[in-house]
Design a protein. Structure first.
Length: 284
């Protein structure tokens, strides 16, 4: 990976943190939206709108080439699997638990980068990852090593975390400064097309309840277009492990929002896990 000045790296970290802040709002918004729209239709409309917005705004920078298409597919397919599993799991568990279990993806991407890219590890980053995983575990499953009480919603969310971990790794491989607009567009298009295929095969209704449109527009523009452009542009400036630690803060912010806006409770496990996650982010 190219070496960038410290100032540039810090800017990239802050912009990735901005993406995390925006992502953290999705859980509460989606939890409320799923009362009026199916998971498959939510993912389809969200990413179709996002793809259209990116194309309209940046079409002069989007080249329709096979490499760009293949890069978008490599990132978009695991992202589609992640979102479908995550949103389906969200219908069967709480927004805060869904967010924290999704956050376990922080361990997947660094392992892949070490195995396939031989990315070096500093002791600080290694310690940060250990703290982050422990914090996420405590919040997801409490002060225990048993997961026997895991429900189907939690299990589907855990599978989504694996898919999102692969997506983070793929972004590091295929998204670069000179082509991130095209990569983002084809990535969004891939998710939308996979969602459409699933909806057609399962014969789901494609009619959107009018009450869902404000949430869908917010999800498409603020938590999809903006966040994925930031992720695809700036993740490559940091290591996979550093990016994963930054992303681990998403469930902390998501839980705070769930407590504030949809009335979920914050117990001692959330507080302890949150402290571990903020500590991990600070030392990484």
């Amino acid at each position: 990976m190219a070496v960038y000045p410290v100032r540039s790296t810090r800017r990239s970290e802050l912009l990735l943190l901005l993406a995390v802040l925006l992502w953290s709002t999705t859980f509460a918004v989606m939890k409320e939206s799923l009362g009026s729209i199916s998971p498959a239709l939510l993912v389809l409309i969200r990413f179709a709108i996002a793809a259209a917005v990116v194309y309209v705004l940046f079409r002069s920078r989007i080249e329709f080439t096979w490499p760009n298409l293949l890069k978008g597919l490599a990132i978009g397919i695991p992202e589609y699997l992640g979102f479908m599993l995550q949103v389906t799991g969200l219908t069967m568990t709480t927004a805060s638990k869904n967010a924290f279990i999704t956050g376990l993806c922080v361990v997947v991407a660094p392992v892949l980068s070490f195995l396939f890219l031989r990315e070096k590890r500093s002791w600080k980053v290694a310690l940060a990852l250990i703290l982050a995983v422990n914090g996420l575990w405590i919040i997801s499953f409490g002060f225990t090593i048993r997961v026997g009480s895991m429900g189907m919603g939690d299990f589907l969310t855990l599978l989504s975390a694996l898919a999102f971990g692969v997506q983070v790794f793929m972004i590091h491989l295929f998204s670069h400064r000179d082509s991130f607009y095209a990569t983002t567009f084809f990535q969004l298009l891939a998710v939308a097309m996979c969602s459409l295929a699933y909806a057609l095969v399962t014969k789901q209704t494609l009619v959107v309840n009018p009450v869902s449109w404000p949430s869908l527009l917010y999800l498409a523009i603020f938590t999809t277009v903006i966040t994925l452009l930031l992720q695809n542009r700036f993740q490559h400036d940091v290591t996979v492990a550093q990016a994963s630690v930054i992303y681990s803060l998403e469930p902390v912010f998501a839980t705070l929002l769930a407590v504030l806006f949809i009335g979920e409770q914050m117990g001692p496990a959330v507080l302890v896990g949150g402290v571990l996650l903020f500590t991990a982010s600070a030392i990484s």
